[in-house]
Write a protein that binds this ligand. Structure first.
Ligand SMILES: Nc1nc2c(ncn2[C@@H]2O[C@H](COP(=O)(O)OP(=O)(O)OP(=O)(O)O)[C@@H](O)[C@H]2O)c(=O)[nH]1
Length: 511
């Protein structure tokens, strides 16, 4: 029972320990994830800053071209090409740099004729819905692209009237009215198919220094245009970094509905199961409000996660195993100690010759039985037994035979009582005692003892009272009460034994 409860305690402690180890591992894992989330957010903040830097550098070149125009009465095509080629050499990720003068409808034919001297097929154009370039419709003002670099891939924009398309027109009007660079929303660039979306930035150039909106509209000389593709513009930002570990999207959130401008997807399609989600509104870029959204992939966490949580879990599990082993060894040791203690106790209560209870054990048992009988007001019987003329037996046959005789007598007495709580002990020397609690057949048992010993037929040739070994029994029964004590019972049994001896031995006498 005790062992069972110890085992259950051990198992409980093991389960608790294992649970705590797992909890520790999970806590370490969560700590790691939180740290990685923070690291991811920091990385993304840096990325957002470098996107802002990259874009602003690319857009700044327009101001350099504007200064070039402001410092010159007339910029020729050769001069424009020369100036912008130098810029494009340093910024190959700019799709095109262009110049579009303002042409009043009244001047359109003169302007066209002038251009045709050099370019016989020149026309101010606009794009048909199916992509064809057709002559631009009549409108009060045109902004046809006349200078552009690089020349290759951009031929379609030559003569294209920027005001013919509403998204471009919206940014142009805003740029002219405010004297600021203005970017379009996401548009399909003329020179590419629909998949290659980008944006244009317009920077107005004026004839003098107009102050009011009206003056700006009136004195607009033309527009400097920068054409950009998102993928080209942001390639450098993402190439420089370990971009395969996260998805990035850039939205234009200027209008009420967000427009997706740019997507960078990782090779790993699995999104990490974390709440890591980064969103940042970039600094306004020439009238456009862009938002960067980034999510890490599972690979990001796999790559950057340290083995610390697993180590913590394994180490604490090992610790639990160690404690459990130690506790188990202690339990086993205690069990062995307990067993040897019980064994020693049993030895200390047993007579080493006859293997029945010794005097010490007798004293304990008779005391307990006396108390019980007193509590329960029941009779308690004591048989005092003595082997007749044992000294003579020893003298006749020697001590070794004497010992053997004692053993046989003890065995016979033991077999004479059948109830579990009847108790046989060696009282000392050749004397035995039997305690019979609650017995109704005391005389029968005493007589059976005497008879069983005689029936052993152990020869006793020099005995004055017979030819075999016999015993004499003195019996006393008392029901304990306040006036009686245990000693009385023992004295009475002893007296009965003495009387039996007097009566010639090999008999039973009751007190
Ligand atoms: N062999 C052997 N003899 C023992 C042992 N213990 C006591 N004796 C002997 O038992 C004898 C007891 O002798 P007595 O007390 O005179 O009693 P008795 O000879 O039996 O005489 P009665 O009791 O009057 O019949 C002594 O000789 C003891 O040496 C023992 O363990 N082994």
């Amino acid at each position: 029972m005790i062992n069972d409860s110890k085992n259950i305690t051990l198992i409980m402690v093991a389960i608790l320990g294992a649970g705590l180890s797992i909890l520790m591992g999970l806590a370490a894992y969560q700590y790691e994830i939180n740290a990685l989330n923070l690291q991811f957010k920091n990385e993304m903040n840096e990325k957002a800053a470098s996107i802002e830097r990259e874009i602003s550098v690319k857009l700044e070149v327009l101001y350099a071209i504007k200064s070039f125009f402001n410092n010159s009465e007339f910029v020729s095509e050769v001069e424009f090409n020369h100036f912008t080629q130098a810029i494009l050499a340093r910024h190959p990720d700019i799709l095109a740099l262009e110049w579009a003068p303002k042409i009043q409808q009244d001047d359109r034919s003169t302007f066209t004729a002038e251009k045709r001297k050099l370019y016989p097929h020149f026309e101010i154009t606009q794009q048909h819905s199916q992509g064809l370039m057709l002559p631009a419709k009549r409108r009060p003002v045109h902004f046809p692209v006349v200078y552009y670099q690089p020349q290759s891939q951009n031929e379609l924009i030559f003569g294209f009237d920027l005001l013919s398309e509403p998204k471009r027109a919206k940014a142009i009007h805003s740029a002219i009215d405010t004297n600021q660079a203005k970017a379009t929303e996401l548009i399909n660039l003329i020179q590419f198919s629909a998949e290659k979306a980008g944006f244009l930035v317009f920077l107005p150039v004026y004839q003098s220094k107009p102050i009011t909106t009206e003056q700006r509209r009136q004195f607009t000389k033309g527009l400097i245009i920068g054409a950009y593709l998102f993928e080209d513009l942001l390639t450098e930002v993402f190439d420089r970094s370990n971009a395969s570990y996260y998805d990035i999207q850039i939205f234009d959130s200027t209008e009420s509905q967000d427009t997706l401008l740019f997507v960078h997807t990782t090779s790993s399609t699995i999104q990490a199961e974390t709440d890591s989600y980064f969103s940042k509104t970039l600094k306004p870029i020439h009238g456009r409000q862009w938002t960067l959204i980034a999510t890490p992939s599972e690979a990001y966490f796999e790559q950057t996660m340290s083995p610390m949580p697993y180590i913590a879990c394994v180490v604490s599990l090992l610790f639990v195993v160690l404690i459990m082993t130690f506790s188990y060894v202690l339990v086993i040791k205690n069990k062995l100690l307990e067993q040897s203690k019980l064994h020693l106790e049993a030895i200390s209560r047993t007579d080493s010759l006859t293997n029945i209870a010794n005097r010490r054990h007798f004293d304990e048992v008779i005391l307990n039985e006396w108390s019980r009988a007193r509590r329960e007001k029941t009779p308690l019987t004591l048989l005092m037994i003595d082997i007749d003329h044992f000294k003579v037996f020893n003298d006749t046959y020697g001590h070794v035979r004497g010992d053997a005789c004692l053993k046989e007598v003890a065995q016979a007495l033991n077999q004479s009582v059948t109830r579990e709580y009847d108790f046989v002990a060696r009282y000392g020397g050749e004397e035995f005692a039997i305690i019979l609690p609650l017995s109704n057949h005391v005389n029968l048992i005493a007589e059976r003892c005497r008879h069983n010993v005689e029936a052993l037929q152990i020869p006793h040739r020099n005995s004055p009272s017979g030819s075999v070994v016999t015993i004499t029994v003195g019996v006393a029964t008392l029901t304990p009460d306040a006036d009686k004590d245990l000693n009385q019972l023992i004295v009475q049994a002893d007296t009965a034994l003495y009387q039996a001896k007097e009566q010639g031995r090999n008999c039973v006498v009751f007190a």
